[in-house]
Design a protein around this ligand. Sequence first.
Ligand code: TPP
Ligand code: MG
Length: 324
Amino acid sequence: MHPDALPMLELMYTIRFFEQRAKELYREGLVVGALHLYLGEEAVATGACTALRTDDPITSTHRGHGHCIAKDGDPGRMFAELLGKETGYSRGRGGSMHLFAPEIGLLGGNGIVGAGIPIATGAAYAAKYRGTDQVVVCFFGDGAANQGTFHEGLNMAALWQLPIVFVCENNHYAASTRFVEATCVPDVAGRAAGYGIPGEVVDGNDVLEVRAAAERAVNRARGGGGPSLLECKTFRYEGHCMVLHDHRFRPPGEEESWRCRDPVDCFERTLLAAGTVTDDGLEQIRQRVREKLAVAEAFARDSPFPDPAAFQAEHPRGNWQCVR
Ligand SMILES: Cc1ncc(C[n+]2csc(CCOP(=O)(O)OP(=O)(O)O)c2C)c(N)n1
Ligand SMILES: [Mg+2]
């Protein structure tokens, strides 16, 4: 079994339980702004980010909580950002889509679809130019794979042989639009051939498969072998965001068939079958994660909101008022 198997499972529980709490906090009316949940996609962030060093940069998306947690982000500062608190990762100014933590290599979430791709490409160029041996991971969705930034970014990264791994999280929907209705090829990974780089389809619900593919791509990039494209096929259980419940657009049985291959359940079964952990051991890890998240949530709830006067000083042309 992979030596990081149990830490990876703990990260997946942390993402899952964080998202479940975030959903409840939203329903309580405590989350400021939009909320896009990563439930069902936990194996992608976990497998990819655990193949990285802390100083390896990543770019995230509008659905970025899992990326931040898998990069060892602090759930307290994450909850605080969601709640619009001064102690949040963007001091309460950004909300869920704008977690920014350069100290762990997180170059930011982004509300603009595909906008992380040029940022990641630039970060990879910076690493090469400065002669560091950092590798960048760029997360984006299947919807972003049809943006111009995708094609420009891959072409430039390939041309300059930049140290970057493009990770497409293909959850088969861009908001309510199905992947097959918006894309003329069956696999995003196949587009890598157009830029002369390796492309691989990965089972995005199998954390060990994601981790192995990410390790190969990261090692290649760190060794000077240039960029690659991984397409992780996965599924999101929730609606696109908390105000767009697009389940009615899904074919009957689709969600159920993905739930049968739930990434957390599957990994638990694999670890139990291999004798890596017992049922009691699993419950202990879950309990530890629940306790850690309870402390994190309490920290966020107890934290102050930003002072509107500070907003005014930062942006004198605005007219900032406290809405609470
Ligand atoms: C440039 C741009 N176009 C459209 C939108 C509206 N929008 C926000 S998320 C989204 C869907 C993105 O789908 P995908 O890239 O597959 O990511 P997922 O939500 O599935 O994780 C759209 C169309 C946007 N934010 N930015
Ligand atoms: Mg998508």
